[in-house]
Design a protein around this ligand. Sequence first.
Ligand code: SAH
Ligand code: SF4
Length: 396
Amino acid sequence: MSNSSADSGITTPATKVNLMGMGQARMEAFFEELGEKKFRATQMLKWIHQLGVTDFQQMSNVSKDLRNKLSELAEVRAPEVIQQLDSADGTRKFLIRVSGDNAVEAVFIPEGERGTLCVSSQVGCSLDCSFCATGKQGFNRDLTTAEIIGQVWIAARSFGQLQETPVRGARRVTNVVMMGMGEPLLNFDNVVESMNLMMHDNCYGISKRRVTLSTSGVVPALDRLGEHTDACLAISLHAPNDELRNQLVPINKKYPIAQLLASAKRYIDGLPDQRRKITIEYTLIDHLNDRPEHAFELAELLKDVPVKINLIPFNPFSLSNYKRVSNNAMRRFQTILIEAGYTTTIRTTRGDDIDAACGQLAGQVEDRTKRSARYKLDHQAFLDASNDVIPVKMVN
Ligand code: SAH
Ligand code: SF4
């Protein structure tokens, strides 16, 4: 589709191409189509992702003619930040508009020198894990590459990281985890292209040991992942056997634990760096999966897989009857795994005052699957019976 501008005679597209989300290969193809050399792609990636420049006229090493041509045809557009919330502990949450009333969340968590950004991959999620606020909202759509890498751009820029001389001593995005809203492997191409931009030397240059994809277990996509990226892998396991995992992570009925672990092991074995381990995420829920026998079973299950284990206390949200694990049960669980020889950490909850914890990311999802409506109906009795229930929290 194109418009013809009467005075200039130049044909311009009705919608400009957004260069924000283009990886190296697509960017090179774009410039070649314009009759330009490939090195223009490298220049453009640096302007956008290292210097945070979005106005072509400020790109001083690009000829005036090309700058004008780019202004006609293209744009560099990051998603819009609706709200930025800063927690007392340094956690920063961004509510990001992704069209109409829909919004997703990205969370920056500082820890000493390290700054981890938790990035979303979809508006909502179709997989409906029983303990996850995102899942309870249903699914709307996949995020574009510009919307995924745009979260990194927005956070890095908010700390003055994207400029010639970054602010000294300021926070930086040093790590990225694809653990925000959505299942990254169900938005495969856009997630892979975005992760590769995060690790690209001409962009953010984050080490492959510091970019992690987390999945609840979409095995066919995991089987293909190694052909496209060498980022770190986290598996959301949450249960030591299929019977329990089927209740918590419904996709387990399709791809049970044995298949998932075998696929994860193939991915890690295919990486050039043999030292890397799979992170096993295990959300501990009171009286459900937090018993010593679960810890012993987990230790046995993982004995032939190179893993480190990250225990996450369940973060409650309205509309969920699950309860947070007790500190005693959590310590007991950790001790059993450590004694069995596993590196086992407990993820501390951060950004409590701004609802920024794992599994609490809600954003705003106009649910195309109508799951949220069904879920609210199913839980009406529970809601009616409870005095202190707050409606689903939407951050405005
Ligand atoms: N869909 C992907 C990535 C997003 S979820 C996945 O499931 O791995 C990121 C992590 O948060 C997962 O390990 C998930 O299990 C965990 N999580 C979800 N809801 C949670 C909650 N209410 N409390 C604690 N952790 C939660
Ligand atoms: Fe989706 Fe992950 Fe939440 Fe499951 S835990 S519903 S896969 S976002």
